[in-house]
Design a protein around this ligand. Sequence first.
Ligand code: SAH
Length: 239
Amino acid sequence: MASIVRLYVDHALGQGQTVPLTRDHAHYLFGVMRLGVGAEILLFNGVDGEVAAEVVEAGKRGGVLRCVRQTKPLQPPPDLWLLFAPIKKARTDFIVEKATEMGALRICPVQTAFTNSERIRQDRLQAHAVEAAEQCGGTFVPEVAALQKLGAVLDHWPEGRRLMFCDEEQVGAGLELDGDPGPWAILIGPEGGFSPQERARLAALPFATTVSLGPRILRADTAAVAALTLWQTALGDWR
Ligand code: SAH
């Protein structure tokens, strides 16, 4: 049996609420998936949990759904941000997709001394997060923030948030995260790693904990998934 369609919509999802469809969603549901009036799909909006909704109008360019019942409450991830230096396009897309699946609350691209890319397509990355949430059964979509300089992010660091600084120079050292349940952020560097100045500043920050991700140097996209896994297992919602 084909799995039931799940869509993220930017619309309130109370019981009995009707939800107008965008042209793209109408095309997908009625053109691609060949659904018709009476079919049931799942909707979430990042706020109201997940609801089952029934097609009440189906057209080529639009349509209407009606929310029937809630199927899941909102399950937001722990208060964990992923800070990462954007790399090549496909690998950056991968990081956003995986961070959504692994349960990050916010995804923050940061420009570091050795960051290869100066620009990101924030809207495209946000669309990847939406798609990943649709696909993994999540009820929450992490916000993809605008690209900021690492230095500026550290200058305006929110009080009380800890930082798990993944430093490739710690390769082979242990991993020690104390039991502080958060809020936290993970920091992953670019392909070129961190500059000595960045490393010195990060190591001296009172809210930062320097960690190793094992005895081998990981690519940045692998490192992001590994760090999220470690954090989720030690302090997050996998426990
Ligand atoms: N070019 C660098 C490696 C960068 S790897 C070098 O050869 O040293 C990209 C990022 O992944 C790093 O900045 C770090 O944040 C993370 N990373 C990769 N392997 C790691 C490890 N074993 N321990 C901690 N962080 C690691």
